[in-house]
Every structure is written in structure tokens, then in C-alpha cells.
Design a protein. Sequence first.
Length: 206
Amino acid sequence: MPVVEVVGWAAAFVGAVLGLPQLLRLLRTRNVDGLSLIAWQSILVVNLIWLAHGLRIDQPPQIVVNLVALCSTIPILVVLARSTGRRLPLVLAPCLAAAAVIIAVDELVGSAAYGIAAIVPGVLSTIGQTLELVRARQIRGVSPLFMVLAFVNQVLWTTWAVLVNDPGSIIAASMMCLLTGVNLAWYLLRRLGLRALFAREPALAS
């Protein structure tokens, strides 16, 4: 099997199980401390647009990983929506609209433009989670395994993108690799005792 396929399927496997530790922790504890609704809304957009992109460039790893990832992302959004008192259709509607726009860019403008557009929900997801890691008084709702797998996943996708030489994938994956690395480092600092910065009054994640 060519190296590109090995790396692609490794990334697909990690991506497929990525949300599972967070979903299991959430279902087990019902604790949303440190979780960001905006981050998971953005992750849904990411799942949808990379599924569509994988179909467009005929890359099974991207198709498989995002189909399976949706099985974790959607239940997490359901729990977060309930926890924050929001109606699920209103939580999902902006995700679907944003995904439709970015998929249209991929189809009408091309892969490089898509890669730039695809960075936006990826950045929103990591920044949304970063803000919660920075300001949440507690981060007990965040799965440590999810944080590690998120970084490993982006390292693998960046490697795969370089091997297949797809500009859109290279641009988006390399940026996400950097951002998930920063998130993991900040999470570790919080676990080591760093206090919340700009802490707000205790509230559900948003």
C-alpha cells in the first residue's frame, strides 16, 4: 500500500474516533465545564465541508472520517444545546448555511480558494475552545484524550495533504495543526494548575 494511503487511512481512523472520548465523557458526566458550543457548531461545519470535498476529489479517507465524525459531533451538539437552553434547529441552522457557502466555493472557485474558506470554521472551532480553556473556572467537561487526538489528527492530515499535493488540504490542515497544538498546550497548562484568565461568573459553555 502506498505511503499516502497509509497516512490517509491513519488520519481517517484517528479522525473517526476523535469525538468519541468527548462524547463518552459528556454522556457519562453531563458536565459541560470548559466546552464551547460555538466550537462544536464549527466542528459540524468542518465535518460537512470536508465530507463534500472528499467526495469532490474522490478521496475515501476524507469521506469515511467525516461520515463517522458526524456520529459524534451531532450528539455532542444535542447535549450542548440542551445544556445551554437553545433549540436544536436554531443551533444547527447556521452550521448548515455556512457549510453550504463553503461547499459552493469549492465547487465554483476551486481547491485553493476552498482551502482558505475552510480555515474559517476550523479557526472558529479552535478559538472557541481556546476561549473556554482560558476563561472557564473549571475544565472538567473537556476530555484529555480528545485534546491529544485533535492534535494528532491534524498532524496526520497535514502529512497526507502534502503527500497528495492538494493545495486546499495543505492550507487548511497546516493551519489547524498549529492551532490544535496551541490548544493542547493551553489545556495541559490548565491541568497543571494555571488559573482561568478573565474568568466570568459560572455559566454553561457557549
